[in-house]
Write a protein that binds this ligand. Structure first.
Ligand SMILES: Cc1cc2nc3c(=O)[nH]c(=O)nc-3n(C[C@H](O)[C@H](O)[C@H](O)COP(=O)(O)O)c2cc1C
Ligand SMILES: [Fe+2]
Ligand SMILES: [Fe+2]
Length: 408
């Protein structure tokens, strides 16, 4: 990839993770890749905003892009570290061995992390104060603390003259970015839909648990006149930055509920008794014209289940009893949903048992503090009878009616 000009002497330096088997943060599948974007301001003072991950030859690729602008690592005067997560700051350690003059602008909370992750001495750092400005030639940078989007030390950098927001992880998405389409106005409708999906999955996987901080950050930055958003993952928004701001606001507000009038249904089955009710449940939901996203546990990846659950106002779990408890793979799904603070949902459970059950009691105790409203459940012994089918359909009908009211 080549460097790309954003405006005047401001450039995007970027790489894509394209290995289909790579797990982002060691957990999230990214079958469509992800871009890692750094930004460079070339001038009287050269500024590098966020770096890159130190894997797959990425530092060399970024160095090569800098060379295209006749700059070497040693020529950087100011390094802005918006966020210390190694997908951006991973290169810092090697970078600072070569570049011994550049000052690192970051939050106070990032300073000890510079040492811990990058072995960079604290005296290289300038701890910003919230709203502080820094003249760099004909540009001016302003720094804003945005804690917990998504680590405690996170900040954003605003270039006040061209009104560009370097937002780091905020407003980011999965999905590799190709050279011919790095800006929102270069994307087809289909590509926009792709990035919207990838932004939701990225949000649900990486940012969701910090939705309160996102809403605070959005309020704090709402006074800024932002013409261009440059995130550290995904495309640059210059034609209509409001689109991605609105998406993020909507995603963050799902934490306060209700989310969309949709249902995410996660099911597990050992011998097919629970599974035998699946089609009936799906058909019943569809009868109410409610979109339903179906996932199996184990089988479907938790990263996808999270995205579905985050966006859906309704959650339905189908799982049998296993050793007097929730079927273990489903237990893992529920734990992960709770870690990500999936909350304010209408919930239903169905499933088969062999002798006395136990899953329902375990399920209820697991979700006690979840903020989920369990509207009902249906259990049966062994294989379901016609009466079981009818009873379940009635309960799903009632659930759907409640969900429609909840999302009105
Ligand atoms: C390993 C194992 C553990 C089980 N533990 C229980 C249990 O604690 N209580 C119970 O009522 N049934 C238990 N069962 C029976 C299942 O819940 C029952 O077979 C149910 O119909 C399985 O539904 P499925 O075919 O959808 O997996 C267990 C079954 C297995 C294979
Ligand atoms: Fe991050
Ligand atoms: Fe990141």
């Amino acid at each position: 990839m080549k460097f790309q000009k954003i405006v005047d002497d401001i450039y995007r330096l970027a790489v894509n993770i394209e290995d289909e088997n790579y797990l982002f943060e060691g957990i999230w599948p990214i079958p469509h890749g992800i871009s890692i974007n750094a930004y460079l301001i070339k001038g009287e003072k050269n500024v590098l905003i966020d770096l890159t991950q130190d894997i797959m030859g990425f530092p060399k690729a970024i160095t090569g892009q800098m060379e295209g602008l006749s700059l070497a690592v040693e020529d950087i005067d100011i390094i802005v570290v918006n966020h210390m997560e190694p997908d951006h700051a991973g290169w810092l350690r090697e970078f600072c061995k070569k570049n011994t003059k550049g000052l690192i602008y970051c939050t106070k909370k990032a300073v000890p992390l510079l040492e811990a992750f990058g072995r960079v001495p604290a005296d290289r750092a300038v701890a910003i104060t919230d709203g502080m400005t820094l003249e760099v030639g004909e540009y001016e940078l302003q720094f804003f603390e945005t804690p917990n989007i998504h680590w405690p030390e996170t900040m954003m950098t605003y270039e006040t003259k061209r009104k560009i927001l370097f937002a780091c992880d905020a407003f980011g998405s999965y999905g590799k970015v190709t050279e011919d389409a790095i800006f929102d106005d270069q994307l087809s409708e289909e590509k926009h839909a792709f990035f919207e999906n990838e932004a939701l999955r990225y949000y649900a996987n990486i940012v969701a648990a910090f939705s309160g901080a996102v809403l605070k950050g959005l309020t704090k930055l709402s006074g800024l006149d932002v013409k261009i958003i440059c995130p550290s993952h995904g495309i640059i928004w210059r034609e209509n930055p409001g689109v991605i701001i609105d998406h993020y606001k909507r995603y963050a507000e799902y934490s306060k509920g209700p989310a969309e009038r949709e249902i995410t249904l996660v099911w597990s089955s050992m011998y097919g008794s629970t599974k035998s009710m699946l089609n009936l449940v799906v058909e019943t939901i569809r009868k109410h014209k409610i979109p339903v996203h179906v996932y199996q546990a184990p089988g479907d990846d938790i990263g996808y289940i999270l995205a579905g659950a985050w966006k859906s106002a309704g959650l339905i779990f189908g799982m049998p009893t296993y050793e007097y408890k929730v079927f273990p793979p489903m237990s893992h799904v529920i734990d992960e949903l709770l870690v990500k603070k999936v909350t304010n949902k209408k919930v239903f459970r169905f499933g088969s048992y062999g002798w006395v059950g136990g899953a329902q009691r375990d399920f209820e105790s697991k979700i006690e503090k979840s903020g989920w409203d369990l509207l009902g459940f249906y259990e049966w012994q062994g294989a379901p009878t016609r009466e079981d089918e009818q009873a379940l359909v009635q309960k799903i009908d009632a659930f759907c009616e409640e969900l429609i009211k909840f999302t009105e």
